[in-house]
Design a binder for this molecule. Structure first.
Ligand SMILES: Cc1cc2nc3c(=O)[nH]c(=O)nc-3n(C[C@H](O)[C@H](O)[C@H](O)COP(=O)(O)O)c2cc1C
Length: 483
C-alpha cells in the first residue's frame, strides 16, 4: 500500500501501536536524543513530540527504528518481499507464445507505474516563504553534547547530474550555520559530491542548484539512502517499492523537482568553491566524527505544508534507527548482489559493524581461492567498497547468527594464511584510517580449506549428536522432570 504522505504513515504507525505521542514540552537540544536513544534501545515505539521548545512544528523520530516499522514504511509483511519482486523483474524474459506474453502484461503495466510524474502543484506549496524565513524556525536537533551545532539528519537532498541531467537524491546531514546557510555533508564518494566536482571543474557557473525535502511518504524518504548506481533515479525506485509513481513538483527558485507531498522544502544553491568547517558530529559509528571542510548550502526559499511535521533521526552507539534502515538495505540488495555473485548464499551486516565495518558472507565454495574472489568483488561494488572487514564462511554457516560465525570462523583460520589486507577507498567516517577516505581493509577467508589450496591435513567435522539419541532423550528429558 502506498502512503500518500508522511501523515498517513504516522497514522498507520499509531494504529499499529508503533507510535507514542509526547504531549508536553521537550527541548530539541539533547533531550529528544535521550528519549530516542532510550526508546530504540528498549525496542520502544516511534516518538512524536508535539511541543518542541522554540518551534511550532512537531518532531517525529524513530519512525523506521524496528523491522516492523521498516515493513510498515515499505508496505510489506517482510522486506524480503521487495527482494523477491526485484528478482522477479530481473528474471523477466520475453516469454514464448501468446499466453505467456499475455501473462506478462500486468508486470509490464506495473513498470509504467514506477516512473515519477511531474505535477503543477502540491501540498508542499501550501505555504511559500521567499522572505522572512529562518532555518531556526525548524525544530532541528542538537543531537549530542559535543556536536558542532544543530543538524538536519533526515533530509532528501536533490541535485542533477550536470552531464546527463539525471536526478539524484541522497541523504546527507546538514549542520545549521545561521538563518539561511547550512553545511552540505555529501561525502566525496557520493553522487551530490560528484555533481559538485563536475561543475567546479567545468568552471562555467558559480552555483549548483540544490533542493532539500524534509518529510515525505516513507518509501520516498527511505529511497534517499539506497546505494544505487549513479543516474538511477531514487524516485523511480520509490515508485517501484510503492507501486505508485512519486509526484514531483518544480521548486519556486530553481529547476530542481521535489516530492509534491513533502512536509518542508528548502530551495537553494551551493556556491561552488565555498567551503566551511562542518562538525564534529556524534555519528553512526558511535563516535564523534571529526570536523572537516564541506560545501555550504544557501537557502533562497522555504515552502511547506500547513502545520508541517519535522521528521528526524539520531545516530550514535548502536543499535540506532539507522541499523534497521541498513538491515532493510542488506535484505533488499542481496538478490542484486547475487546476480553478480550467485555463489553468495547470504550476507549480514551486524549492528556493531555500523554498515561497512563488518560484512559476514556465506558462500557455496566451488574452486580454490573462491572466498577471496568474493571479497574482491564486494570491494569493487558501489558503496560496498567501504567494507572494512569481510568474513567469508561456508554455506552451512548461518551468517545471521553472529555468534556461530565467530565460533566457526575463529576455528577455521590460520591467520597468516587466511587474512588478506588491501588498500583502497574507505568510509569518510572511519576515524582510524591513516588518511581520510583512504586506508586498508581486511578479508578473512574462514571457509574450510581444500587440498587444492595447499591444505593437506584432515579437516574435522563439527560435533553433533546422533538423531536417535536426541529423540530418546527428548522423552527421557520430560520423564526426568526437566520441562
Ligand atoms: C540517517 C542517515 C544519515 C546519513 N548521512 C550522510 C551524510 O551526512 N553524508 C553522506 O555522504 N552520507 C550519509 N548517509 C549515507 C547516504 O545517504 C547513502 O550513502 C546514500 O546511498 C547516498 O546517496 P548517493 O549515492 O545518491 O549519493 C546517511 C545515511 C543515513 C541513513
Amino acid at each position: 500500500m502506498a502512503y500518500s504522505d508522511l501523515r498517513e504513515f504516522i497514522s498507520a504507525l499509531e494504529k499499529a501501536g508503533e507510535l507514542k505521542r509526547v504531549p508536553f514540552e521537550v527541548d530539541s537540544e539533547l533531550e529528544i536524543t535521550e528519549f530516542a536513544d532510550r526508546s530504540v534501545k528498549q525496542n520502544g515505539p516511534a516518538l512524536l513530540f508535539e511541543k518542541v521548545k522554540g518551534s511550532e512544528m512537531p518532531v517525529l523520530i524513530n519512525a523506521f527504528a524496528s523491522m516492523k516499522r521498516m515493513e510498515l514504511a515499505l508496505g510489506v509483511n517482510s522486506v524480503e518481499e521487495i527482494a523477491t519482486r526485484i528478482t522477479d523483474y530481473l528474471k523477466m524474459q520475453m516469454p514464448q507464445g501468446i499466453m505467456g506474453k499475455l501473462k506478462m502484461l500486468p508486470m509490464l503495466a506495473d513498470i509504467g507505474s514506477f516512473f515519477p510524474k511531474i505535477t503543477s502543484g502540491g501540498p508542499c506549496k501550501e505555504v511559500i516563504k521567499r522572505d522572512k524565513f529562518s532555518l531556526f524556525d525548524l525544530p532541528i536537533l542538537k543531537c549530542w553534547p559535543e556536536d558542532g551545532g544543530r543538524y538536519i539528519t533526515l533530509p532528501m537532498v536533490f541535485s542533477k547530474n550536470p552531464e546527463t541531467g539525471k536526478r539524484n537524491c541522497g541523504m546527507y546531514r546538514m549542520q545549521i550555520f545561521d538563518d539561511r546557510t547550512a553545511g552540505m555533508h555529501w561525502q566525496t564518494h557520493k553522487q551530490g559530491a560528484a555533481h559538485y566536482r563536475h561543475l567546479l571543474k567545468e568552471g562555467k557557473q558559480k552555483r549548483m542548484d540544490v533542493a532539500v525535502a524534509i518529510g515525505s511518504d516513507p518509501a520516498t524518504m527511505y529511497s534517499a539512502i539506497l546505494p544505487l548506481p549513479p543516474d538511477i533515479d531514487e524516485m523511480m525506485i520509490s515508485g517501484f517499492i510503492r507501486s505508485k509513481p512519486v509526484e514531483m513538483v518544480k521548486c519556486e527558485t530553481n529547476d530542481i523537482e521535489v516530492p509534491a507531498n513533502s512536509e518542508i522544502v528548502l530551495e537553494g544553491y551551493v556556491e561552488l568553491g565555498e567551503l566551511r568547517t562542518e562538525g564534529p558530529f556524534g555519528d553512526h559509528t558511535g563516535f564523534y566524527s571529526l570536523a572537516d571542510e564541506y560545501p555550504v548550502f544557501h537557502v533562497t526559499c522555504v515552502t511547506h505544508r500547513k502545520h508541517p511535521v519535522y521528521p528526524t533521526t539520531i545516530v550514535g552507539p548502536p543499535p540506532m534507527e539507522d541499523f534497521y534502515m541498513g538491515k532493510a538495505i542488506e535484505r533488499i540488495f542481496l538478490p542484486l548482489m547475487r546476480l553478480q555473485l550467485p555463489e553468495v548464499r547470504d550476507i549480514c551486516m551486524p549492528a556493531e559493524g555500523i554498515f561497512h565495518n563488518l560484512i559476514l558472507v556465506s558462500l557455496k565454495k566451488a574452486y580454490p581461492g573462491h572466498a577471496r574472489k568474493v571479497m574482491h568483488s564486494i570491494w569493487g561494488t558501489g558503496q560496498a567498497m567501504f567494507s572494512k572487514v569481510i568474513v567469508v564462511v561456508d554455506e552451512d554457516v548461518d551468517v545471521q547468527n553472529v555468534s556461530e560465525v565467530a565460533w566457526k570462523a575463529l576455528n577455521n583460520i590460520d591467520p597468516q594464511r587466511d587474512i588478506e589486507f588491501v588498500m583502497g577507498p574507505v568510509d569518510s567516517l572511519d576515524h582510524a584510517s591513516r588518511l581520510i577516505n583512504y586506508g586498508s581493509k581486511m578479508g578473512i577467508d574462514a571457509t574450510k580449506k581444500w587440498p587444492t589450496e595447499g591444505f593437506t591435513r584432515p579437516w574435522p567435522d563439527v560435533i553433533t549428536m546422533k538423531p536417535e539419541v536426541k529423540t530418546r532423550v527428548d522423552e527421557l528429558w520430560k520423564k526426568a522432570g526437566l520441562g
